[in-house]
Design a protein around this ligand. Structure first.
Ligand SMILES: Cc1ncc(COP(=O)(O)O)c(C=O)c1O
Length: 397
């Protein structure tokens, strides 16, 4: 499947560029950028406020994205879909609203492989309220240690939320999220899944969780927009995270009453063009078929891992484990940032450093890494270009 032609950025000017940084942000197809341009050029108005034609059209298109998202992730109701600025925002809402009164009796359980977005909000809550944080390590093969998860859940005394990434951005190894869900729910724990990397490439099913968060810009949509799925009733009565316009029913200096779900958590003017663009991106993905995207990325990931494993000086993180969407590696006796810089001079864009997942990389690798990550437009030819470029880099360094 070659979808490069749908992406303006991959044609004409940039046909020599190999973009292998889709886990950081995916490229955006022309249908999405066109739609964003159309909003600004044809009906650039605020939502939920005006009664003029442009405002009505903007409101209709914005609200029309909720059912698209609902279908895409298998939710039951539009009101379970909150528009956020991204995965980070979604996790912060859950930490600050759902867990607003949690104390040292209550526990959040994370895996060792979390992105900073699923670590720092919990640390902030702990600093304020004393919440317990339990971290479940990975096994030597890169999979979650379920014995440790079971032990941790059984020791919980108060309330518990298990918050984990379905596809960690620093390992590329799928979490057995069904098992995490079952184990957590058997013990009455709430489940939050970070779907930043999984939603763009694996069919999502929110029946396995209470909360699901993801970002538009990793699923071929715009930056600055994302989704928080919150199961019915979970956030309806919670204190909202941000106060302001649109999240209220009535305001008096004596007392304010808050809006219903989902607007309760959409204070102020949101990213209207971003939400509308995200709707187009999800329809575009739906047309290709998420199973086809999964299949394509599986093949590319297997191929990339095999090629990288075949290079003498390259060490792949968890070299035997199946990867999806990305492969993390280092070049022996070379700094990752130097390798990435030299790859860039050959037109190959990869990510280097700690990938916003310092804990796992510090413990497993002990230094910055390189990450090649893929999208629907990535071809085997792109991987061959990476390998050729790496061979040239290794001849110099
Ligand atoms: C697994 C995971 N979680 C969270 C995030 C944060 O996403 P955002 O910066 O879009 O909020 C990322 C981004 O790379 C990620 O890969």
């Amino acid at each position: 499947m070659n979808k490069k032609c749908d992406f303006q950025i991959l044609s004409d000017l940039n046909d020599d560029c190999v973009y292998l940084d889709s886990a950081a942000t995916s490229l955006t197809p022309r249908c999405v950028t066109d739609k964003i341009g159309e909003y600004y050029n044809c009906y650039n108005a605020n939502i939920h406020r005006g009664i003029h034609d442009w405002a009505e059209r903007a409101t209709g298109e914005y609200e029309g994205v909720r059912p698209i998202v609902k279908e895409f992730i298998g939710a039951d109701q539009d009101k379970e879909i909150v528009f956020t600025s991204g995965t980070t925002h979604g996790i912060n809402i859950v930490a600050n609203c759902f867990c607003s009164d949690w104390t040292s009796k209550d526990t959040v359980i994370l895996s060792e492989a979390e992105h900073h977005a699923n670590i720092v909000p919990w640390q902030q809550l702990k600093a304020r309220q004393g919440l317990r944080i339990e971290v479940i390590p990975l096994l030597p093969d890169g999979h979650l240690d379920f014995n440790r998860l079971s032990m941790a859940i059984q020791q919980v005394k108060g309330r518990c939320i298990v918050s984990m990434s379905i596809l960690p951005n620093a390992t590329g190894i799928m979490l057995d999220y069904q098992q995490v869900s079952q184990m957590s729910r058997d013990h009455g724990a709430t489940v939050l899944f970070d779907g930043a990397q999984s939603v763009p490439r694996v069919k999502s099913d929110v029946s396995y969780c209470d909360f699901l968060v993801f970002s538009g810009h990793k699923i071929y949509g715009p930056t600055g927009v994302g989704i928080l799925y919150a199961g019915d009733g979970l956030l309806d009565e919670m204190p909202p995270y941000m106060g302001g316009g649109d999240m209220i029913k009535s305001v008096r200096f004596e007392r304010t009453t808050y809006n219903d779900m989902p607007w309760r958590y959409e204070a102020g003017t949101t990213n209207i063009a971003g939400v509308i663009g995200l709707g187009v991106a999800l329809n575009w993905v739906e047309n290709i078929g998420i199973e086809n995207i999964y299949q394509h990325e599986k093949e590319i990931s297997d191929y990339a891992q095999k090629q990288l494993n075949g290079l003498d000086r390259v060490s792949v993180l968890y070299p035997e484990a199946e990867k999806l969407g990305l492969v993390v590696f280092t070049v022996n006796e070379a700094q990752s940032v130097d390798v990435a810089t030299l790859l860039n001079t050959q037109g190959v864009a990869v990510r280097s450093g700690y990938l916003c997942a310092e804990p796992i990389l510090v413990s497993q690798v002990g230094r910055g890494v390189l990450r090649a990550s893929f999208g629907i437009y990535t071809t085997q030819d792109d991987i061959d270009r990476l390998i050729d470029a790496l061979n040239k880099v290794m001849a110099i360094l």
